[in-house]
Design a protein around this ligand. Structure first.
Ligand SMILES: Nc1ncnc2c1ncn2[C@@H]1O[C@H](COP(=O)(O)OP(=O)(O)O)[C@@H](O)[C@H]1O
Ligand SMILES: [Mg+2]
Length: 419
């Protein structure tokens, strides 16, 4: 094992979460091949965080402020940062001197989204244009994550969000009324309950519309007028006034490619969106970097004291990739399960294994912890997927067990878990 290196120390202030710690995770996230790296060690925070999950604009406030102070270009109307600075926030990889809370210090900008930088550029350019942005891809490819960070960097508010479901109504998209007050006082602008869309329009901010294709077409169409007129009419009021959007207003929607059959976007709406397709992470190294960085952040958030060796995370990402691709590194064909086996699920499995090691083990995450939690990630509604794991245990893990103790441990625990 390489030298031990702490990614966090005891937290002394409740504000230290991802903001202060994130920069130090970089080394691991983009480090060299497994073996030559430090173990991830997370110790218990001195105080529990006040909220389970801060929005990106709070969690990464120092990085956003440092980029603002170092921004050399002019931001578009209502934007907090110039497009170039937004890109630098998303792709990370630099250190900036900035005055934070009256003290000058160096702030490292961490990578938020791992993938093609050109794709992020196109997303940013779209948000500065007349058209809205639609991020499309398989579940767990980081669409919501990218959308949150774009909103945080561009307008400083990622919480103007509508979650699309079969039950989403036109009122959720436009506005509703405080019924008790309308009965008492009649229709008046004060009695109107604005939607996140209306709030984004009034402030020149970004509306995040999650899983837009889950909404029925009639409801999707409510968005057409918002996107084309950049205004919402309120016909219940005298002279049907319009609530106009301030410059800067735009929409970032996400859609799962697996849901496309559920409700296609209407032709009218399609024309108003630029599509950016988010692919599954192509190479193993990048995927391991994402899993390492996010697992560390989540361990900090939950205040779990645990240790993870890079080789164990390497084994985890290898398993996920091979099963997802239906082929082992040695070229053995494998059954593909019904689940996506996305990077997000790999992160979930790593966190479960960490919790397991912390609460029922000695705090060191082993390959056996990964094996025990793998079944929960892979086998969802289709119990037939257990067969895919059994096959992986015999055709792949067993072979590697002969000359690698970690794979041996993994194989033994997986065989028991899938029995
Ligand atoms: N390319 C990526 N870069 C950074 N994080 C990613 C990437 N792909 C997945 N993730 C991580 O996976 C998790 C889930 O992603 P999410 O945005 O919810 O997926 P989606 O909305 O596409 O279903 C997040 O914690 C995110 O950090
Ligand atoms: Mg999502």
């Amino acid at each position: 094992m390489a030298t031990k290196k702490k990614t966090t120390t005891n937290k002394t202030s409740k504000k230290t979460s991802a903001k202060a710690e994130a920069p130090r995770e970089r080394d691991e996230a983009e480090g060299a091949a497994p073996g030559g790296e430090a173990e991830i060690v997370v110790e218990a925070p001195a105080e529990a965080a006040e909220v389970l999950r801060e929005p990106a604009e709070l969690a990464y406030a120092d990085q956003l402020e440092a980029l603002r102070q170092n921004d050399e270009d002019r931001p578009p109307a209502s934007w907090r940062l110039s497009p170039r600075a937004v890109l630098r926030y998303i792709v990370g990889g630099e250190s900036l001197a900035a005055s934070i809370d009256g003290r000058t210090r160096t702030v490292e900008i961490t990578r938020k989204f791992f993938g093609d930088d050109a794709l992020v550029e196109r997303a940013i350019v779209t948000l500065a244009s007349e058209r809205a942005l639609l991020l499309v891809g398989e579940p767990g490819t980081g669409k919501s994550w990218l959308s949150e960070h774009l909103a945080a960097a561009i307008c400083g508010n990622s919480s103007l969000t509508i979650q699309g479901t079969a039950g989403t109504t036109e009122e959720h998209i436009k506005y509703s009324w405080n019924v008790a007050r309308v009965i008492a006082e009649g229709y008046a602008l004060d009695n109107l309950v604005p939607s996140p869309t209306m709030n984004a329009m009034r402030t020149g901010g970004l509306l995040r519309f999650e899983e837009i294709t889950r909404c029925v077409p009639d409801v999707q169409d409510a968005l057409v007028s918002v996107l084309s007129d950049k205004a919402i009419a309120v016909p219940e009021l005298p002279r049907s006034p319009l609530v106009w959007a301030k410059p800067g207003f735009n929409v970032i929607a996400t859609a799962n490619s697996r849901d496309q059959g559920v409700n296609e976007l209407s032709a009218a709406l399609k024309r108003r969106f630029n599509y950016v397709h988010i692919p599954l992470i192509a190479d193993a190294r990048t995927e391991r970097a994402v899993v390492t960085q996010r697992t560390t952040e989540l361990m900090q958030r939950y205040g779990i004291e645990a240790r993870v060796e890079p080789a164990v995370l390497d084994l985890l990402t290898t398993v996920f990739r091979e099963i997802r691709e239906g082929k082992s590194n040695e070229g053995v064909g494998l059954k593909k399960p019904g689940t996506t086996m996305s990077t997000a699920e790999a992160i979930g499995c790593a966190l479960d294994a960490t919790l397991h090691a912390r609460y029922f083990g000695d705090g060191r995450v082993s390959a056996a912890d990964i094996a025990r939690n793998l079944a929960g990630s892979v086998v969802k509604e289709d119990l037939g997927d257990l067969a895919a794991l059994r096959e992986y245990a015999t055709l792949v893990a067993k072979k590697r067990a002969a000359d690698d103790p970690r794979w041996r441990e993994f194989h033994e625990a997986l065989t028991v878990a899938v029995r």
